[in-house]
Design a protein around this ligand. Structure first.
Ligand code: TYD
Length: 144
């Protein structure tokens, strides 16, 4: 699968079945990286905000496997808001984007698939530091 450098909403697809639907994510096929880690956020209070950081190298794929929430991406020059509210659709986030998740619906689950194991050294947690990084290595949203 072609490497992606810009954020993208990816259709995961659905195996529809009257017994219950099924969706599949395969590393390198559904998403443009090999799967190194999966984590998920749940029991998020309605007024809570998560994220608030960027990554130097980590690629992520984020899915509302239940309920809905918004993801705000920021490349240091522009912000775009994405609403995730379907279990068969996700947002690919390349490195270099500050991300914040908010507007969590009751009972929502935010599943995040990444290419690497957890490494605190890959985080940019200071917004000023992020702006410096974005100025020297700008990340692009691509066409609107
Ligand atoms: P953080 O990534 O800041 O949460 P979010 O971006 O979803 O708001 O992580 C919160 C805490 O959990 C932080 O202390 C690091 C820890 N953590 C791990 O130990 N492993 C992981 O894979 C993740 C994502 C977080």
């Amino acid at each position: 699968m072609e490497k992606l450098t810009e954020p993208k909403v990816i259709e995961i697809g659905k195996i529809a079945d009257p017994r219950g639907n099924l969706s599949v994510i395969e590393g390198g096929r559904t998403i443009p990286f090999a799967i190194g880690r999966v984590f998920y956020l749940y029991d998020v209070p309605a007024d809570s905000s998560r994220g608030g950081h960027a990554h130097y190298t980590d690629c992520q794929f984020m899915i509302a496997v239940s309920g809905s929430f918004d993801v705000v991406l920021d490349n240091g020059a522009e912000q775009r808001r994405y609403t995730l509210n379907r279990p068969y659709r996700g947002l690919f986030i390349p490195p270099g984007f500050w991300r914040t998740m908010d507007n969590f619906s009751a009972g929502s689950v935010c599943m995040v698939i990444t290419d690497n194991p957890y490494d605190e050294a890959d985080y940019i947690r200071d917004y000023g530091r992020f702006r410096e990084h974005a100025a020297s290595s700008p990340a692009s949203f691509g066409e609107k």
